[in-house]
Design a protein around this ligand. Structure first.
Ligand SMILES: *Cc1c(COP(=O)(O)O)cnc(C)c1O
Length: 222
């Protein structure tokens, strides 16, 4: 099942978005076993993303080393220690305090952290992230920190059947990404799109999608 899902998705996901950028598939691994994750990697998954720092700590050594490691969940600053030096991309930097803590820790280790800034594009109470209006000031504040490089932006669209609304939000997100990149440069990733909305997101200019259910099936929380 996992193998079939991965093959089908890799066929289905366009190699490039309408901006000509390569689309990267990240497997969202929360609640999945090491065995399931490694089957997905063996079937062609090149990037994995975890939401929980302790889960990452417990599983990381047993997950095939070939896959790039992303962190995609809410991160408490006291959990950075489980991720430092092992996370290729922190996608969910949702507040300045977190960026400062990552920067301080990486500076101490003599390392550079690669991050995306999470933007709360739907302006939802239930979600973290900088507001769209604050994106530039957040960018400048994080950019000024040592030992941190901003590789782009991440967003989660609201849960909605209103595709017009979702398209408008995804397009606005791409506009913010292009605006900052035109002014300051250096962006590589606009991470936007989950199992339910990835097609729309790629059409609107996402170049990184994070899929869980579409790869592994429904999640069962114990
Ligand atoms: C769980 C999760 C995903 C994947 O969600 P699915 O709907 O299962 O594809 C993507 N991004 C984040 C941040 C997640 O927590």
């Amino acid at each position: 099942m996992i193998e079939e899902n991965v093959k089908k998705l890799l066929d289905e996901i366009p190699e490039r978005n309408p901006f000509g950028e390569k689309v990267t598939l990240v497997a969202a691994i929360k609640t999945r076993t090491v065995e399931e994750i490694n089957r997905a990697i063996a079937a062609g998954i090149t990037d994995i993303g975890d939401n929980h720092a302790q889960e990452f700590r417990d599983k990381n050594d047993d997950i095939l080393p070939s896959a790039r490691r992303h962190f995609i969940g809410h991160l408490q600053t006291n959990k950075i220690k489980y991720l430092v030096g092992k996370t290729d991309l922190y996608q969910s930097v949702d507040r300045l305090e977190l960026a400062e803590a990552i920067s301080a820790r990486y500076a101490r280790e003599g390392l550079t952290a690669h991050v995306l800034l999470q933007i709360n594009i739907g302006d939802e109470q239930s979600k973290g992230g900088f507001s769209a209006d604050d994106a530039e000031s957040a960018y400048l504040a994080v950019k000024a920190l040592p030992s941190i490089e901003i590789d782009g932006l991440m967003a989660m669209l609201p849960e909605s059947d209103d595709t017009q609304l979702l398209r408008a939000l995804a397009t606005r997100m791409r506009g913010i990404y292009d605006g900052l990149n035109a002014r300051y440069g250096g962006f590589k990733h606009l991470s936007m799109g989950m199992s339910g909305d990835w097609k729309l997101c790629v059409e609107c200019g996402s170049n990184m999608i994070r899929l869980g259910t579409a790869i592994f099936g429904e999640r069962h929380y114990s």
